[in-house]
Design a protein around this ligand. Structure first.
Ligand code: NAD
Length: 259
């Protein structure tokens, strides 16, 4: 069903973005990766998952820079014809009480976790409208729905992303474009590993105990959500069955927001 379509996934050299890229590639979707760090490894992994018919590209745009984002969108059009599926996933975290929060960290989180989705979306929509089909999936978080202390910028950005999702979903409601957010709870990626490590140091426990405490505090299932599960949810949101799912913030959080 999705074979031959093209997905741009921001922040997909690692973690959730890479997981979603792998699952979409297995569906025959051409993939454009983006993000920092090792590129050859993730590119090879996604190519292997997709097989010979799946084309895999990469653009290294810094998602805090609107001009680089515009260059990435132009690259997708030039190399792949169109962005059919846009997954706004790039994100960073910083943890500190608001009075100690460095202003430059605040600006970076708002730029990467929120504003980048505006910059990609506004440029992706015209071609999706012309094609009569498109899927925009924003990786928000449980923190798009509820708050945690010490995460003021992240929670503000993710709540903003959920609001942005609803607005664009309304603006496209009579078209073949759907816009939704996915709200994961804890997923064990480098972004969360840093928080586990910090907790182990702060509480003087080993990594296993720090992980147990992290889950027990918020996530009733006591299990991490996996990038693979998030990829499968993205495939569902891309399916015809989900063509009237619009403007939703869909939790996959082990019961976190049910409390
Ligand atoms: P991660 O650190 O494993 O991956 C982040 C990706 O974003 C990497 O590919 C990194 O290179 C890229 N990136 C960072 N800054 C960038 C920039 N300026 N420009 C371009 N790319 C950049 O993190 P993750 O846990 O996979 O997080 C992915 C998304 O999922 C984020 O938006 C995060 O907020 C969200 N999320 C994560 C969790 C979790 O528990 N891990 C839970 C809820 C939501």
């Amino acid at each position: 069903m999705l074979k031959g379509k093209t997905a741009l996934i921001t922040g997909s050299t690692s973690g959730i973005g890479l997981g979603i890229a792998l699952v979409l590639a297995r569906q025959g979707v051409n993939i454009v990766l983006n993000g920092f760090g090792d590129v050859d490894g993730p590119k090879a992994e996604v190519s292997a998952a997709g097989g010979p018919e799946v084309k895999v590209g990469y653009h290294g745009a810094d998602m805090s820079k609107p001009t680089e984002i515009a260059a990435m969108m132009a690259y997708v059009t030039a190399e792949f014809g169109r962005c059919d599926i846009l997954v706004n996933n790039a994100g960073i975290q910083y943890v500190a009480p608001v009075e100690d929060f460095p202003p430059e960290r605040w600006d970076a989180i708002i730029a990467i976790n929120l504003s980048s989705a505006f910059h990609t979306t506004r440029l992706a929509i015209p071609a999706m409208k012309a094609a009569g089909w498109g899927r925009i999936i924003n990786l928000a978080s449980v923190h798009g729905l509820v708050a945690s202390a010490q995460k003021s910028a992240y929670v503000a950005a993710k709540h903003g992303l959920v609001g942005f999702t609803k607005t664009v979903a309304l603006e496209t409601a009579t078209t073949g474009i759907t816009v939704n957010a996915i709200c994961p709870g804890w997923v064990l990626t480098p972004l969360v590993q840093k928080q586990v490590d910090a907790r182990a140091v702060a509480e003087g426990v080993d990594g296993e105990e720090a992980t147990r405490r992290l889950l027990a505090e918020k996530q009733p299932s006591l299990q991490f959500t996996t990038p693979e599960q998030l990829g499968e949810l993205a495939v569902f949101l891309c399916s015809d069955a989900a063509s009237n799912v619009r403007g939703q913030a869909w939790s996959l959080d082990g019961g976190w927001t049910a409390q």
